[in-house]
Design a protein around this ligand. Structure first.
Ligand code: IMP
Length: 422
């Protein structure tokens, strides 16, 4: 058996949580492989809305095990809060969630460093979620990080104290004056104790053994390809590999064991935080997409920047991820847009190109307009129910990208999902 992967193809917020929840019944295990509490995966069913930051989106299904993989960075305070919220809903979290012993911890000092680093950048700040992601991954790569498994060792307090000293020195060198952190540390250790009710496991063994037994696994990505630390709009990116290769390193799965790759994208584009966004709309249409699509960050509440779908960027993301099936979300947000724009190429000094410039600041989009369908899609249960204009829009995307759209999401609820192809 192989691991199927679901990854975001834009700047995150494509609707991964909803789709993972919808397809989870096909899988025995759902595993997160990168990112951390910067993610906000939203699920809606039975008239209720849930936002998950660290826990995989398969958690609402009784028979599914949810793995937080070694590639994830974990803030115990956020995770403990999520566990409490789920338990109030009757979810048996201890039975349904396990954590890799190799996953790294985000401490209160990582969050202080994140804030100090952003402040020091002034107008060139990244627009980080300030959840401590960058500093935690920096410690991992610098080989000074603290891991979930370390928290069970006798010398953990000493290692934490060393970490505190290192971070405080750095903060001081940056001119930041850390106030007493005792309350933050107490809260953090209390949360660490709370999450130790979950099983800390050698998840790379568990996942590979599950595959050997014929069990199906879904790897759930966070953020999106254009935020990937190697291939995104650097330096305005997150600090992990958000693409399919991240699932290999973030779970301990060989590339040969990757099966289907589902690439998810919105029918238009959004971005939260700073950085280039070639198809951004600074006009009434941008405001309309924001309002109609409720485009406000599910982690930070910040308004998202909105613009037209960018096909060269989407094709680039499909190439990087090895996407075998596309999932298109939020098509309903375009219901009353009479002229739908799509970027089909970029202008360069040498003419038009479909290649993404290495520096997105240089990308001047060429936009083609499609007739909208001006009506609701709430009745759509199968491909044939789609208005012809919506079918044309989808067909153009499929042709351009060379990969079929297999699932269409027409609203936030589980039930508003149309399976176009098997
Ligand atoms: P960080 O990952 O919090 O350091 O943020 C780096 C950049 O990625 C910022 O522009 C964030 O707004 C963006 N970002 C991080 N996580 C997400 C996400 O889950 N959805 C959308 N944008 C994100």
């Amino acid at each position: 058996m192989k691991v199927d992967v679901l990854t975001g193809l834009q700047w995150g917020d494509e609707g991964k949580g909803k789709i993972v929840d919808c397809i989870t019944p096909k899988y025995k295990i759902v595993a997160r492989f990168q990112g951390g509490p910067n993610a906000g995966h939203t699920l809606e069913f039975d008239g209720k809305k849930f936002v998950l930051h660290l826990i995989p989106s398969g958690v609402f299904h009784n028979d599914t095990l949810n793995v937080i993989g070694n590639g994830v960075v974990i803030d115990p305070v956020v995770l403990a809060r999520e566990l409490d919220d789920l338990e109030k809903l009757g979810v048996d979290t201890a039975a349904r969630i396990v954590i890799s012993k190799k996953a790294h911890l985000i401490t209160p000092f990582h969050k202080l460093l994140d804030a100090a680093q952003e402040a020091s950048k002034g107008s060139s700040k990244i627009g980080s979620t300030l959840r401590g992601i960058g500093p935690a991954y920096t410690d991992k790569v610098a080989r000074t990080g603290l891991r979930i498994g370390d928290s069970e060792r006798d010398n953990f307090r000493q290692r934490f104290n060393n970490h505190r000293e290192r971070c405080i020195d750095t903060l001081k060198a940056m001119g930041a004056k850390p106030e007493s952190t005792l309350a933050l540390e107490d809260e953090w250790f209390e949360a660490l104790y709370r999450i130790s009710e979950l099983r800390f496991v050698d998840s790379e063994y568990d996942l590979n053994e599950a595959l050997d037994k014929g069990e199906r696994i879904l790897a759930e990505g966070a953020q999106g390809a254009l935020l990937d630390v190697d291939f995104g709009s650097y330096p305005f990116v997150t600090s992990s590999n958000t693409t399919t290769s991240g699932a290999c390193t973030g779970l301990g799965i060989s590339p040969a064991r990757i099966g289907q790759v589902y690439g998810i994208f919105k029918a238009y584009c959004t971005r939260v935080g700073s950085g280039p966004f070639p198809t951004e709309l600074h006009d009434a249409m941008g405001d309309h997409l924001r309002k109609s699509g409720n485009e406000f960050g599910s982690t930070t509440g910040r308004p998202r920047r909105c613009g037209w779908l960018d096909l060269p960027a989407l094709k680039y993301a499909v190439m990087l991820n090895g996407v075998t099936g596309l999932i298109m979300t939020k098509i309903d947000v375009l219901n009353d847009v009479s002229e739908i724009g799509v970027c089909t190429a970029y202008k360069t000094a040498d003419g038009e190109t479909r290649r993404l410039p290495w520096d997105l600041n240089d990308a001047i989009p060429v936009v083609k307009y499609f007739k909208g369908w001006n009506g609701s899609l709430s009745h759509v249960a199968k491909e044939a129910d789609l208005p012809p204009q919506a079918r044309d829009y989808i067909a153009f995307i499929e042709e351009y990208i060379g990969v079929p759209v297999i699932i269409l999401s027409t609203g936030p609820d589980r039930t508003q999902t149309v399976m176009l192809k098997d």
